[in-house]
Ligand binder design. Structure first.
Ligand SMILES: NC(=O)c1ccc[n+]([C@@H]2O[C@H](COP(=O)([O-])OP(=O)(O)OC[C@H]3O[C@@H](n4cnc5c(N)ncnc54)[C@H](OP(=O)(O)O)[C@@H]3O)[C@@H](O)[C@H]2O)c1
Length: 290
């Protein structure tokens, strides 16, 4: 028989986890949220009759407890449950944050419960979307050794792709996700600003650049990094890079520091690709350090 579970924090991830794991045969004992109406709605979606605003009423007998509140509420929620003796010995308490390790649940260890984190590496805009895409998503886990076999089974039952990291690695892991997702947005915005400086409207500019962005992503997927790097730095074209720097300095000087920093790191990728002689690489690097 599958273990029983409770959900505390009935938003996108909590509701989706409850529904997917209920469908996979886990017995959902009840759901909890700050507002009763939110808990009631999640209970309906999951198909469970018990819902509450008091976590310990629902978590006490559960084998697995998901605390899927917003990140800042995870630790206080866990501590409140511990203060009400709301975890049984051997229970597995899990949060789904990408930014924090399972250590933010450490108060649960006072009741001899085990802690872990299970982060689906996805951006979920709604419960319906999450229900469709958790299956096939990377799920990154870490935590107390006795909790990990339970969490590995959860990932398998969710149809996720298991990745295990150390608790200490969690912050850099999250920084990597922010870089790949959020900073890609920043980079594209920078390109729109450069075109904006010569009067190209953002919408037109985006339409023009999007096929290039998609093509680059396809190349990265097909041949990887550094092979996918093209352009003036990969070619060692110092004159073109000098022209870029002069034009940006003149028309959008606020973008110079970012352009130079990216250029300097791109030189390293070009060197790794093997298309730059050490001499040209050195000259390029000096240009970006000026
Ligand atoms: N969404 C994503 O793309 C995504 C992806 C991966 C991981 N995560 C992680 O998953 C966790 C949940 O994120 P989410 O996107 O599902 O957030 P969310 O949609 O904002 O849901 C959080 C829910 O928790 C409830 N809540 C707030 N404070 C609470 C408290 N003190 N006690 C009990 N319930 C409380 C809120 O409902 P009421 O206030 O109405 O009761 C809210 O619906 C976070 O750790 C997040 O980092 C999210």
């Amino acid at each position: 028989m599958k273990p029983s579970l409770a959900i505390v924090g009935c938003g996108t991830v909590g509701t989706a986890m409850g529904k997917l794991l209920s469908d996979a045969g886990y017995r959902v004992m009840g759901v909890v949220s700050r507002r009763l109406e939110t808990a009631r709605k999640a209970a309906r979606t999951i198909g469970v009759s018990t819902y509450s605003t008091n976590p310990w009423e629902v978590t006490k007998e559960a084998d697995i407890i998901f605390i899927t509140t917003p990140d800042k509420a995870i630790t206080p929620t866990c501590e409140a449950i511990v203060n009400h003796k709301g975890f049984k010995k051997g229970a597995v308490v899990i949060h789904c944050s990408g930014a924090h390790s399972s250590d933010i649940l450490s108060s649960a260890r006072r009741l001899e419960a085990y802690v872990a984190s299970l982060h689906p590496l996805q951006s979920f805009a709604s419960v319906d979307q999450a229900l469709k895409i958790v299956h096939g998503s990377v799920c990154t886990i870490e935590g107390d050794e006795p909790a990990l076999h339970v969490v590995r089974q959860l990932v398998s039952d969710l149809g996720g792709i298991l990745v295990e990291i150390s608790p200490k690695g969690k912050t850099l892991y999250h920084a990597a996700a922010v870089t790949a997702s959020n900073y890609l947005v920043t980079l594209i915005d920078m390109a729109l600003q450069l075109n904006g400086a010569i009067g190209i409207a953002r919408e037109t500019s985006f339409k023009a650049l999007f096929p290039l962005i998609k093509g680059t992503l396809k190349n990265i997927e097909a041949i990887g990094i550094p092979a996918a790097l093209t352009g003036p730095i990969a070619r060692g074209d110092i004159d073109t890079v000098t022209d870029h720097l002069n034009a940006i300095k003149k028309d959008v000087p606020e973008l110079i520091p970012l352009y130079k920093t990216l250029g300097l790191f791109t030189v390293n990728i070009a060197v790794a690709k093997g298309t730059l002689s050490p001499e040209i690489a050195h000259k390029m690097a000096l240009l970006f350090k000026e």
